[in-house]
Design a protein around this ligand. Sequence first.
Ligand SMILES: Nc1nc(=O)c2c([nH]1)NC[C@@H]1CN(c3ccc(C(=O)N[C@@H](CCC(=O)O)C(=O)O)cc3)CN21
Ligand SMILES: O=c1ccn([C@H]2C[C@H](O)[C@@H](COP(=O)(O)O)O2)c(=O)[nH]1
Length: 274
Amino acid sequence: MKQYHDLVKHVLENGNEKGDRTGTGTKSVFGYQMRFDLSEGFPMVTTKKLHLKSIVYELLWFIKGDTNVNYLQENGVRIWNEWADENGDLGPVYGHQWRNWNSDEVDQLKEVIATLKSNPNSRRMLVSAWNPSVLPDTSKSFSENVANGKAALPPCHAFFQFYVSDGKLSCQLYQRSADIFLGVPFNIASYALFTMMMAQVCGYEAGEFIHTFGDAHIYNNHVEQLELQLSRDIRPLPKMKLNSAITNIEDFTFDDFELQDYNPHPHIKGKVAV
Ligand SMILES: Nc1nc(=O)c2c([nH]1)NC[C@@H]1CN(c3ccc(C(=O)N[C@@H](CCC(=O)O)C(=O)O)cc3)CN21
Ligand SMILES: O=c1ccn([C@H]2C[C@H](O)[C@@H](COP(=O)(O)O)O2)c(=O)[nH]1
């Protein structure tokens, strides 16, 4: 994953010192792009061990349209706990907007799949999680916002677009805000997997995942961890196998994914900025 190491080096060398909502402080750049050709292997960082289970369950949770952390917790995934209210609710976050935009019963995921099958030359194959009408009031707590029908956090992976050429499906994501140490390795693997799943159910090969960033930042308390990561040698990418019998995006379960030849360096711990 040279692309990821290049991003880390770019931000360490060129980042602006910038304060942020969490009070942690960051080094940040505005605007950056990475490309991953999915035929070259599954883009999972090898210079620290990633927890694939969290990535897969989170993605299945988005696809289900679920926005309560109970499903994640039942499957041992803790990454959204800090933002949920006492009932586990996060408000109308990703899954809600994908499957029921603005609570108007607009199923963006279903519609984009129908267009991918019927009119793959379309330039209108987008899904937006960004919905200005449910943005939180930052003077209130996460749970107060949820009680008011707002999202606990505005979506970071804000919208994505599909593109078909030569029988290959590509996906480009616009991520408005990116935590390079903790969030980004998850986001890359998640959208790469999602692109492969969408390609399979729509009858295409997987093409590229293109990751475009707004504010790409390294929290000041992650610099040491990233320097350790940069000192490690980059290993060959693993392969991801999907159960080829699945033809409907909602039918995938955890057991339909098999990661092969993932030989990462050991995990590196870092604190999540809340
Ligand atoms: N500051 C911040 N960074 C994020 O990446 C982030 C947020 N906030 N808020 C919302 C979601 C939640 N996401 C998270 C939250 C925690 C981890 C995390 O702690 N990862 C650890 C443990 C992984 C595990 O338990 O599976 C890691 O080492 O990757 C990763 C992504 C991504 N998002
Ligand atoms: O999928 C995700 C979700 C969140 N993040 C990061 C990006 C920021 O560091 C925080 C969100 O804070 P904002 O103040 O709302 O920008 O979470 C991520 O990298 N990936």
